[in-house]
Design a protein around this ligand. Sequence first.
Ligand code: DGL
Length: 257
Amino acid sequence: MNNNPIGLYDSGFGGLSVWRELHRALPNESLIYLGDGKNCPYGSRPAEQIRQLAEQAVGDLLQRGCKMVVVACNTATAAAIVHLREKFADVPIVGLEPAIKPACRMTKTKVVGVIATERSLQGEKFLSTLARYGEGVEVIKSVGEGWVEAVEQSEEHTAKTELAVRRVVEPIIERGADVLVLGCTHYPFLKDVVCRVVGDRNVAVIDSGEAVEKRVESLLDEYDLRANEDNQPRLEFVTYADKQYCDRLRQKAMQGL
Ligand code: DGL
């Protein structure tokens, strides 16, 4: 048993999609969410720079006493997870990966679309997972241009955002995809818009939120780190940006709970 918090880290608001899954499934766990905010977006930054940002962030979460850290960012996972696990070897660190494996199992048309940041789509782990599970499947890789910015600016429901979503999603569906993978933690906040663009075409839209939550639970058990049932959880939000950003993180986390 351990009542210390679980830390979550993302470039900004995206990891809150993972935060919600964790808070729903593990309501007695304290959570500290670190949304960088100052250096967002990470998507097209060089890998080395992302590694440095991630090392600082995970180090800060551990300073705050976190018993486990979830890198709730596909981009930071792609660039830094191996380094983070070496550097902070005493603490379980969970990463996020696009849901390639379930997508390749689900598809009937044998065409799958993966939407993620530029950096994630170049990640070694992504490419090796693709090679492993993508045999016989055409995987169309696309960057969600403007999607992260839309979520950061709370502009999920504007006409401009719908256009940005349509521009990415339409060509993938036209090529016959029946599964779309949202491979960036910001994108689940655009799921309604993606589904509206998909309309009544038979296309599944999936992300990694639930799989990560299950992984966290299994590590809590493996390391005997679950909080007591009567633990009064603390929900903290921190950022390298300003106070207003921090308030917005909290508000967004609480929306729809
Ligand atoms: N939320 C992030 C991800 O999962 C990063 C988005 C960004 O900062 O570009 O990839």
